[in-house]
Design a protein around this ligand. Structure first.
Ligand code: PFF
Length: 456
């Protein structure tokens, strides 16, 4: 994206390109990997409803806020906050740190997904269905996991290098529809497995006894990550948006899209895990990151002749989701360097690539040569630490500062006026209450809980 200093910033080729790019950034490993295991852990339907309510109140409000700041100032995060006064620039700086922490470890997990897609073709489905040995020997083998991480990174970097319209928009136009079609096909397929309908009932039926503060906090954290909030991305994307596009309609569509894919991912995974384990409680107890890389391959392996193709298509789908998110993370890092240092796009891209590769290799060593470093206690890895610092610490702080900044310093009216340039904003009052009071309180609760959990 072009530097703000030269006045030659990129822009979307239309409103739909913006919606698709924001949806492509939102839909990622968070939807495919994290959402299903949280839904499984917190009793299915109850989590689904809580999440839905949060997305359409809190999530969409924050999406609107960030996109409007970006469009109003025409700048990415650091410049956008500086626009209102030099002393506010630090909020943008803090937001900009997040993608630099996330993208290296995101590419490591992207590498795991790439490895699995390959392995279904090269080694067959039985190879992965061995109770976790395949997975742990792969991630602890520094060479193999680094190679697959680099393959995944290369795919993302090539697309970013082709620019916003020629690379990112085109890739989204192919990858996103392909992703939806594959997700629907696999969801239908897993629902036809014997016993899967009981699993679907577990996933869909709300059991109010499962409702807890912990569930709400889990859902909130997931929502931030999934909607790519509080890391400057939506500010940057909003800054490329034309004034006539309706912001309220766009952000509602982005929310629907992201929620829809999460819902489908749960429908693919939770009933399948239910079939493998026989009961909802067993799924809840075993849910966690291993759901995708250990339990699901066992379900696929039992599928007979179609196992290879189902496993391959599933991991290809996750690969596409992860790739579009990695592209937007990389693009954000590039535009931060470009806007911040005034470097050319090419130079900024080279710096970003070198940083991501080096940081990725170091974090990946946390599973082998650096495994003695366990920053979050016994058994934790450098990847866990990067995830914790970005998602549980910096992002809530940025969200809190952003809400206080808009709610109490520049005042909601500044944003409401921006939103009204393109369309009426009927919910303006409710939105102001959300930004001034509700959101800051909720964010403080997430932050305190995350810190208490890590210390306790
Ligand atoms: N929203 C992505 C996911 O759910 O996997 C994660 C992410 C992607 C965060 C892109 C930030 C980002 F810029």
């Amino acid at each position: 994206m072009a530097s703000m200093k030269t006045g030659s910033r990129s822009s979307w080729s239309g409103k739909w390109a913006f919606i698709l790019a924001a949806a492509a950034s939102a839909v990622g490993l968070g939807n495919m990997w994290r959402f299903p295991y949280l839904a499984a852990k917190y009793g299915g339907g109850t989590f689904l409803i809580t999440y839905l309510v949060l997305v359409f109140t809190f999530g969409v409000s924050l999406l609107l806020l960030e996109t409007a700041i970006g469009r109003k100032t025409g700048l990415s995060a650091i410049g956008a906050f500086r626009h209102f006064g030099k002393k506010f620039m630090f909020i943008g700086v803090l937001a900009s740190v997040v993608p630099f922490i996330i993208v290296p470890y995101y590419c490591i997990i992207g590498g795991w997904v790439t490895k699995y897609a390959f392995a279904y073709i090269a080694a067959g489905p039985a190879a992965m269905a061995d109770g976790g040995t395949f997975f742990s020997s792969f991630i602890t083998d520094g060479v193999d996991s680094s190679i697959f991480m680099l393959i995944f990174m290369a795919a993302a970097f090539i697309i970013v290098a082709r620019g916003v319209k020629g690379g990112i928009e085109k890739a989204n136009l192919i990858l996103m529809p392909a992703l939806i079609v594959m997700a629907i096909a696999i969801a239908i397929f897993t629902l036809t497995l014997p016993g899967a309908l009981d699993g679907a009932a577990y996933y869909l039926k709300p059991d109010l006894s499962k409702f807890s503060p912990e569930l709400v906090i889990g859902a909130l954290g997931q929502m931030f990550y999934s909607l790519s909030l509080a890391m400057g991305i939506m500010i940057t994307y909003g800054s490329y948006l034309e004034k006539k596009a309706s912001l309220t309609q766009s952000v509602t569509r982005i929310g629907c899209f992201d929620l829809g894919v999460s819902f489908l991912a749960g429908l693919m995974i939770v009933p399948a895990a239910f079939v493998a384990m026989g009961s909802g409680d067993a799924v809840a107890q075993n849910s966690g990151p291993s759901l995708m890389f250990i339990i699901l391959p066992e379900v696929f392996a039992d599928m007979g002749q179609v196992a290879t193709i189902v496993g391959f298509v599933f991991f290809l789908l996750v690969f596409f989701a992860a790739l579009t998110s990695a592209i937007s993370l990389t693009e954000t890092c590039v535009s931060i360097i470009q806007d911040g240092a005034g470097f050319s796009r090419r130079k900024s891209l080279v710096i970003t690539v070198v940083f991501i590769v080096v940081a990725g290799l170091i974090i990946n060593s946390g599973y082998n040569v650096l495994s003695f470093i366990q920053p979050l206690g016994e058994g934790s890895s450098l990847l866990d630490f990067a995830d914790f610092i970005s998602n549980s610490v910096i992002m809530p702080i940025v969200a809190l500062l952003t809400c206080v900044f808009v709610g109490w310093i520049i005042k909601p009216k500044t944003i409401i006026d921006e939103v009204r340039i393109s369309a009426p904003f009927k919910a303006a009052k409710a939105w102001s209450v959300m930004v001034k009071y509700v959101a800051p309180v909720l964010v403080v609760v997430i932050l305190v809980t995350a810190l208490a959990q890590s210390l306790g």
